[in-house]
Ligand binder design. Structure first.
Ligand code: FES
Ligand code: FES
Length: 156
């Protein structure tokens, strides 16, 4: 039976109608709300491409049941900034040319956002640790760490 659910996404109340409230939040974000920042990578909680921030914490939306997301505050990449007014992390990733294919970048930025929200002066080691479970097959890790440092300096 179809169920209506209201989610708070990027500061707005959004209603979705779903057959299975236990389905992954990622599917509702991408397929029902058209938010394509979060990516489907492994679907198993292992790569980080689908990361969103839920109540300020970086969470893997491919493993997060929609039913549990009701009543939380969800922020996706689209909620961080726009092309006209990008978030410091988005600007820094461009400035450091940290993107190759781009598939992992949503997860890297959303994970880094959760880090910088609690630590405005992370060391290289702390950045590497925070991003250790976000996979990048293109191997741009060095530039990604530089981008997070650059954003931290701008936000400090
Ligand atoms: S798609 Fe969610 S962790 Fe890989
Ligand atoms: S830039 Fe291609 S997977 Fe990271």
């Amino acid at each position: 039976m179809a169920t209506q659910m209201t989610l708070n996404v990027n500061g707005k109340a959004q209603t979705v109608t779903v057959d299975d409230p236990q389905m992954p939040l990622l599917y509702a974000l991408r397929n029902d709300l058209g938010l394509h920042g979060p990516r489907f990578g492994c679907g198993l909680g292992q790569c980080g491409a689908c990361t969103v921030n839920i109540d300020g914490k970086a969470m893997r939306s491919c493993q997060f049941p929609l039913a549990k997301a009701a009543g939380t505050k969800i922020v996706t990449l689209e909620g961080l900034g726009s092309s006209a007014d990008p978030h410091p992390l988005q600007k820094a990733f461009i400035a450091e040319q940290a993107v190759q294919c781009g598939y992992c970048i949503n997860g890297m930025i959303m994970q880094a956002k959760a880090l910088l929200d609690t630590n405005r002066h992370p060391s290289d080691e702390q950045i590497k640790q925070a991003l250790a479970h976000n996979l990048c097959r293109c191997g741009t890790h060095v530039r990604i760490v530089r981008a997070v440092k650059r954003a931290a300096a701008e936000m400090a």
